[in-house]
Design a protein around this ligand. Sequence first.
Ligand code: FAD
Ligand code: SF4
Length: 418
Amino acid sequence: MTDLLTPHGAHREAWRCLQCWDAPCTAACPVHVPIPEFIARLRGADPQGAEELVRSANPLISTCGEICPDEQYCARACVLRGVEGPIRVRELHRFVTETAHAPWPTWTASRSKRVAVVGGGPAGIACARELAALGYAVDVYERDTAAGGIVRHNLAVDRFAVDRLDRDLSALHGAPIAWHLGQAAGSLREILAAHAAAFYAPGTHEDILLGIPDEEGLVTSGMAFLREWRDGIGKDLTGKEVVVIGGGNVSLDVTLTAVHAGAARVVLVYRRGPREMPVWRRELEEAATRGVAIEYYARPIALLVEAGRIRGVQCRRTRLVDQGARRPVPEDMPGFDFVLPAEEVIRAVGSSPARDEDVDLRWGSKATLPVSERMETAAPSLFAGGDLVSREGTVVAAASHGLRAARAIHHMLTEAAR
Ligand SMILES: Cc1cc2nc3c(=O)[nH]c(=O)nc-3n(C[C@H](O)[C@H](O)[C@H](O)COP(=O)(O)OP(=O)(O)OC[C@H]3O[C@@H](n4cnc5c(N)ncnc54)[C@H](O)[C@@H]3O)c2cc1C
Ligand code: SF4
């Protein structure tokens, strides 16, 4: 977790901003936070106004103030990036949402129509907030006993304090949203029949397997491992040698949590090289600081098991081959195998969505559900968003889908009423 800016630091950061008329930072933010206006309110000693403005643009702003990968969005676009460093907008969000204490908005359900939201993760929360702000009564169906999705249950414990998410949810207090918690949504067909429209955002929660012998029962799921630590029942790894298989941000959260769990040594095995690793620099640096080793250009091919317990992982060297694809493809180098000692092997190579076959969503062969620009699916009145429809995999991207879908639903319902 990063340190909170001091009032002096926030003041200095706000006054460094050049207030660019074309705001490339705003254009680069998926929810288009009006950054120059936000900063102008801070400069004008109106922190509450600044909080109201960012919260209205991003219902997950307290969460994003901690974990938004700004390096791929607003900070990357800041004209000061190559001069004296980008404006620390994310940290300003955090400063404002933790210190301003703007009053929560008031709500009225002014429309008779009900809209359903399936999944209470970032995409669902953002959609529900926007629909409520537009005056609709909303039913959110969430199979867990609390809303928040991955942000509540799967982030590394050392990296995110869940009270930020709770603050975002508190801002919805009094909104015309019925939270059906602990209630997995049943048939999409029935939900659509009972509502004017629905937004479908169940995320992707089916573990992708490594495909090696004995995997099931011996290799731990990274998402389950992270969740157990969040739930306070995490596996103690004191003194153990741990091998994590993966290469994205999720695998880094797993390595950090394994260190937190007391592992003596943590090695991440990745089949490509450092340049191909799809991770945020901040997370990679944190893992390096915490002593995580990375074995690049390798993949597991077998587990070494004695008396039902893992003793090591046999890995095969890979090399990258350009086959004209978006990224070079890893190819095995037989004869270059090696063994990593391990007592615990954790898999974090991705997840895929559970496919709902109740309505025809025209899935096709892709791992993500196809939707239009307005987040419409192939089924009438059914919209979708979040990780289900995109591999961008960030809270702010999921929030942007939810907001876009809510506005498209409003447009559809008001057009139909004319
Ligand atoms: C380990 C990890 C670390 C990450 N770190 C970051 C980070 O630092 N910064 C960042 O911006 N992003 C991060 N992400 C990505 C981010 O968490 C996701 O992109 C985001 O949570 C996606 O939101 P979502 O609403 O689409 O899905 P989810 O968060 O998965 O929420 C979906 C919700 O739907 C519910 N659901 C599923 N099926 C049903 C059903 N049938 N009925 C009712 N409810 C259902 C689930 O219980 C869940 O609560 C991370 C992801 C992981 C896995
Ligand atoms: S939500 Fe993220 S991308 Fe958007 S302005 Fe804030 S830190 Fe930048």
